[in-house]
Design a protein around this ligand. Structure first.
Ligand code: SF4
Length: 279
């Protein structure tokens, strides 16, 4: 494991639906090939040179010290802190990363700050014992292990990932799933409903299209495709009394927007349209 030092950690993000965030690791071992937006940005800003460097994560060794100093400064403005927008807090097979993430969540919770966390790794069982009103999520865009090996090569197997989330749900934790970035059928042909059913226990579902991938534009009906699946998510959540959020730019036609508006009339949830997201 490599270590780096930073000058600051906690900041307000401009990412859709984000509030404050921390990224206490640089790089990500999961090595997603959708491509990964976080890696594209890290390359653009000269933080990593290439994919090989990106998948060798570096821990921010002074993250707890930074957080200790920064919490009092921002505490009154924070609604929640998301882990993470530009890396993964529970990288598969990286215990040191997971342990640090738990430590930072506990520090934030001790100051009365709620955390949301999202992973393509495994949510550690220890999170069940963390007391704050946190929300734990996984990203799940397929149940097909061949797809995972091709596009998320070093992430956790889907069944294990779902089971880790289910465990936290059974322990009374609020859970959510980010079905994003969802691929078009020319990338992987799969049954969307099977994915929804596999995570039917969660409290909230986020759905978003795949961006930055030329294969999407080559799928002739991709706008209708995403409109249709967005509607499916909304109907599934209405039927099962869940919160949801459809990411900006995913549902594009007028009829779909009308469905969202209509749904607001039926579901009365103060934070229906608030959530954390990976990026
Ligand atoms: S898990 Fe997220 S940050 Fe890590 S490589 Fe995949 S998309 Fe990028």
């Amino acid at each position: 494991m490599q270590y780096i030092y930073r000058k600051s950690l906690l900041y307000k993000t401009g990412v859709e639906y984000g509030d404050y965030t921390i990224n206490h690791i640089e790089g990500c071992s999961h090595g997603c090939l959708y491509p990964c937006y976080a890696m594209m940005m890290a390359k653009r800003f000269g933080k990593v040179k290439n994919y090989e460097e990106w998948i060798k994560p570096k821990i921010v060794a002074n993250a707890p010290d930074l957080l200790e100093k920064e919490i009092p400064r921002h505490k009154d403005k924070i609604k929640f802190v998301h882990l993470c927008f530009s890396t993964d807090p529970f990288m598969y097979g990286y215990e040191a990363v997971s342990n640090l993430s738990i430590q930072l969540i506990e520090m934030l919770n001790a100051s009365g700050i709620k955390c949301t966390a999202l992973t393509k790794g495994l949510l550690p069982l220890e999170l069940a014992g963390v007391n704050g009103k946190n929300e734990f999520g996984i990203t799940l865009v397929s149940l097909d292990e061949d797809f995972r090996k091709a596009y998320e090569p070093f992430s956790s197997p889907y069944k294990e990932r779902i089971n880790s989330l289910y465990h936290l749900h059974k322990k009374g934790k609020k859970t959510w799933v980010s079905i994003e970035p969802y691929p078009t059928p020319n990338i992987v042909n799969q049954n969307f409903n099977d994915i929804l059913e596999s995570i039917s226990f969660v409290d909230k579902i986020i759905f978003g299209r795949l961006n930055y991938n030329a294969a999407v534009a080559r799928y002739p009906a991709h706008k209708n495709f995403y409109d249709f699946l967005g509607q499916q998510v909304i109907e599934f959540c209405l039927h099962h009394n869940k919160e949801w959020h459809i990411k900006n730019g995913t549902m594009t036609n007028y009829a779909s927007n009308k469905i969202i508006e209509k749904s607001r009339e039926y579901v009365h949830s103060a934070d229906l349209f608030q959530c954390g997201a990976h990026f």
